[in-house]
Design a protein around this ligand. Sequence first.
Ligand code: 5GP
Ligand code: MG
Length: 176
Amino acid sequence: GKKRVIMSAEDVDLAIQRISLQVLERNHAVERLAIVGIHTCGVYVAERIHAFIEKQMKKEVLFGTLDINLYRDDWSLVSQNPVVKTTDLPFDVDNITLVLVDDVIFTGRTIRAAMDAIMDYGRPTSVQLVSLVDRGGRELPIQPDFNGLKTSVLADERIKVLLDQGPSGGRVVIES
Ligand code: 5GP
Ligand code: MG
């Protein structure tokens, strides 16, 4: 099919820097801050944001991950019911400011499942949401607090987020 680049490596880097600065601005005074990435690609985005913020804050910023059922990565099945498979939250969730990070937000069902899983662990002071790409199509009243790029995607198109582990670069492509 056809490919169209919607975020270059520079766009990705700048979006991550901007989001990190916005998260910092909102949370610079909080006692305990955690960045939590949602499985594969959300974790890569979360790692970069975490590294940036920790460097700026000059104090420990906590880090965790959530693994949602793998079929959520299949774009044709994204409206199924997501289930959290494994959680790695190596800190006390009570009274924490927790920033959830995913690569793409669509229906909002993944984030709802992620919030359910987090609430099983305790009561955070606040939960905020970062997405690198908001593709619209929400089925629940869930919106990102911080977003990289908002784009409308046709039903027969899918977004490919090509982010490897590492400090910079990557690409976001629409395939039709
Ligand atoms: P939602 O649960 O909001 O419908 O979908 C969000 C989850 O599905 C995210 O974890 C995201 O990785 C994945 N997802 C949904 N749509 C797309 C898409 O177009 N491209 C990619 N790469 N992932 C998507
Ligand atoms: Mg995903």
